[in-house]
Design a protein around this ligand. Structure first.
Ligand code: 6R9
Length: 678
């Protein structure tokens, strides 16, 4: 093993599900060679109303030249995901166990819900949906903050076989309208307003605009159900901050919310007089469970469709092994439920394992920069799952905010969303995990449904920045441009040649596009669109989207590689690198750099960075431009929108659609900050 590998903390502690690389390799081998046997031994823990047939467990075709692409698991079996997440756990004596600790934006605002209570609420809301005419197969759009009601809505859909389509409650009204019209939802479930930090967002007004706009796309939404979240917030804002809503007693909250009679109704009114029991609808293993839009670099967003049986067993199994979740642990994933990470690892995976988790509504910076660490202490969190962008943002404030809290309960630290640069990895490992926690750098996508490349905490020696090895059932392959397999050490397109249970089945209403986006580049393979490198120990290093590659004077390199060098500098908080056309080199490097809090951007810093890249990667990688970036254009899930940076680099203001950015103003600022005035 390479001297750079970090040993997992479980190496010395008994009790992990997978305790050695030998055991991992054996299990992985079985999952690839005997998938039906491997997965049916897992599926047996769940309830199947009509049993699956082990001899016809999985069928698929990945090769477009041989007919339509298809992926099917446990076809013919019937089940209900909600039943498996709630009824089954309640029946097994876990009714009084806490399913979720809810922590509001304001630290004074918190509550919890047990499995039994959650089941009752879900049944109630399933009955509400039924009363609105929702039946199996209908789509329900959800645009909600991180509340317990969003979970209740998802599971109520699953209970009656309806398909939820969540749109992250930070997307613009245009994005919401387009997605609602595309999935032709019959109901929209939302909330009146929400506070993010100290900013009040009027969600319902935005939904009204979106519902109007959807009509322009030819789709009218007959019903909108609204959670009254605002009074809860006014109440809490009063206790901590006298300037916010201090007149809340005198405000008529109902009349403050824009309302269309006949279409809009309050959640609490509807929930008042419905039965707390609802018989689950048994659906086929291949019936849809949910759809979730993910943006493509071109064209309309893609409605990724996940089905029932395979997704259930995959979300459950990845959650159990990747976080090594044991009864008694408290797990916390900071992702918004509006992203796939929230679907699989706030809701479906944890509940399928009978876990207790934290749901957090707020931001890491409110009321101060220690909020994440205070929540870990408060709930005695044992597994914590967040994104590199959050880690880097918090690193900026140094160790002081961390030191105030007791983080001794932590065992596993997860990372997701983009490659984690070694600098951030090491900070996470040292200052949050105190060098005794395992880090799970989980590579996956909306399309994969669950983790596909990830270390396992009990066994995988870690290397900072590497997602390491495939999860069970996943067979990663690297291909070169001509489609030839790269065996051993090398870098290429990351693809898979066989399905795992949790992968997407189609793009909603557009199987053609599904085939052309994911299966046409290399017939016979699912193409992730990411590049990866395999090192001499067989470790996989995901280098980022293939369209984020740079070719400088014939040297191919990934933007992630250069960014990782830049962020190693002690004064740098974040960096993003794009390529710019160059008359001699073909392409050159244009770097955007955000210094740490309080550190000025100086010519000295700039030349140190140029030198550092040159020395670490090589003279060919020497950046042509280092530009000061007070902030980077990020989507609301934290991914850097590099196509915007490429426009800044060439001073082309035709930046295209930037509605999915968390802060659109930063784009103008970057144009104004260009060091070259041409
Ligand atoms: C789960 C999620 C998917 C894209 C993916 C890749 C990047 C995610 C990563 C990672 C390197 C990791 N990505 N996790 N890259 N290491 N651990 O983020 O889904 O929003 O669909 O994004 O994110 O580029 O292709 P999604």
């Amino acid at each position: 093993m390479s001297k750079n590998a970090y040993l997992p903390y479980y190496k010395t502690a008994e009790g992990a599900y997978v305790r050695s690389m030998e055991q991992y390799r054996e299990m992985h081998k079985k999952s690839i060679e005997l998938p039906a046997q491997f997965w049916s031994e897992i599926a047996v823990q769940f309830h199947w109303e009509t049993p699956y047939d082990v001899d016809n467990f999985c069928s698929y075709n990945f090769d477009v030249t041989r007919g339509p692409v298809k992926v099917k698991w446990m076809e013919g079996a019937t089940t209900n995901v909600c039943y498996n997440l709630l009824d089954k756990n309640v029946r097994n004596g876990m009714g009084d166990k806490v399913a979720f600790y809810w922590e509001g934006n304001d630290p004074e605002d918190y509550s919890k819900i047990t499995y039994k209570k959650l089941l009752e609420e879900v049944c109630r809301f399933a009955n509400v949906l039924k009363s609105k005419g929702i039946v199996k197969g209908d789509r329900v759009a959800i645009y909600m903050p991180m509340t317990l009601e969003i979970v209740i809505t998802m599971l109520a859909c699953a209970r009656i076989g309806a398909v939820h389509s969540i749109v992250f409650a930070g997307f613009s009204s245009d994005s919401l309208a387009e997605r609602m019209a595309d999935c032709k939802c019959k109901v929209l479930v939302t909330a009146d307003s929400v506070y993010r930090g100290d900013k009040l967002l009027n969600i319902k007004s935005l939904c009204d605009i979106a519902m109007d706009k959807a009509k322009n796309f030819g789709h009218e939404i007959p019903t909108c159900i609204v959670v009254r979240h605002l009074p809860r917030l006014y109440r809490s804002m009063n206790t901590t901050n006298g300037t916010n809503g201090s007149d809340s007693d005198t405000i008529d909250l109902h009349s403050d919310v824009p309302w269309t009679d006949g279409r809009d109704c309050w959640w609490h009114d509807e929930m008042d007089d419905v039965e707390p029991a609802c018989y689950p609808v048994w659906v086929s293993a291949e019936d849809p469970l949910f759809m979730l839009y993910t943006s493509g670099s071109t064209g309309k967003p893609k409605g990724v469709l996940h089905t029932t049986g395979g997704y259930l067993i995959y979300a459950a199994t990845t959650f159990k092994y990747v976080f090594d979740y044991h009864p008694g642990d408290v797990y916390w994933c900071t992702a918004d439920i509006g992203w796939i990470t929230g679907h699989s690892y706030v809701v479906y995976g944890p509940l399928a394992n009978g876990a207790s988790s934290v749901i957090f509504e707020g931001t890491p910076f409110y009321p101060d920069n220690g909020r994440y660490w205070s929540i870990i202490e408060k709930y005695k969190v044992s597994q914590f799952y967040t994104a590199p962008t959050a880690i880097r943002a918090l690193m900026k404030f140094g160790e002081e905010p961390v030191k105030k809290y007791n983080l001794d309960t932590l065992k596993v630290l997860g990372s997701v969303g983009e490659p984690i640069n070694p600098e951030a990895w090491l900070w996470y490992y040292k200052h949050i995990g105190k060098e005794r926690c395992s880090i799970a750098d989980t590579f996956w996508q909306t399309e994969t449904g669950g983790h596909v490349i990830t270390p396992l905490p009990g066994c995988t020696p870690m290397k900072p920045g590497s997602a390491t090895f495939p999860f069970f059932g996943v067979n990663p392959i690297l291909l070169d441009e001509s489609g030839k397999e790269i065996k051993g050490v090398g870098e290429g397109y990351l693809v898979f040649n066989k399905p795992w249970p949790g992968m997407m089945r189609t793009l909603f209403g557009n199987h053609e596009r599904y085939q052309s986006v994911y299966f046409s580049k290399f017939p016979g393979y699912y193409c992730t669109g990411d590049g990866a490198r395999r090192d001499e120990d067989g470790y996989l290093w995901v280098t980022g989207r293939v369209d984020d590659m740079l070719n400088v004077s014939g040297h191919l390199m990934s933007t992630a590689e250069v960014e990782s060098v830049l962020t190693e500098h002690p004064d740098v908080s974040e960096a993003a690198v794009v390529s710019r056309p160059h008359s001699i080199k073909g392409e050159c490097l244009y770097c955007f750099v955000t210094p740490n809090n309080g550190i000025p951007f100086t010519p000295k810093l700039s030349s140190e960075l140029v030198k550092k890249v040159r020395e670490t990667i090589g003279p060919f990688a020497m950046p042509d431009v280092i530009q000061h970036a007070p902030g980077l254009p990020k989507t609301r899930s934290g991914k850097i929108m590099r196509r915007v940076l490429r426009k800044v680099a060439v001073n082309d203001r035709d930046v295209g659609d930037i509605s999915t950015l968390a802060d659109e103003h930063i784009v103008e600022e970057l144009f104004n900050n260009r060091p070259e005035k041409t």
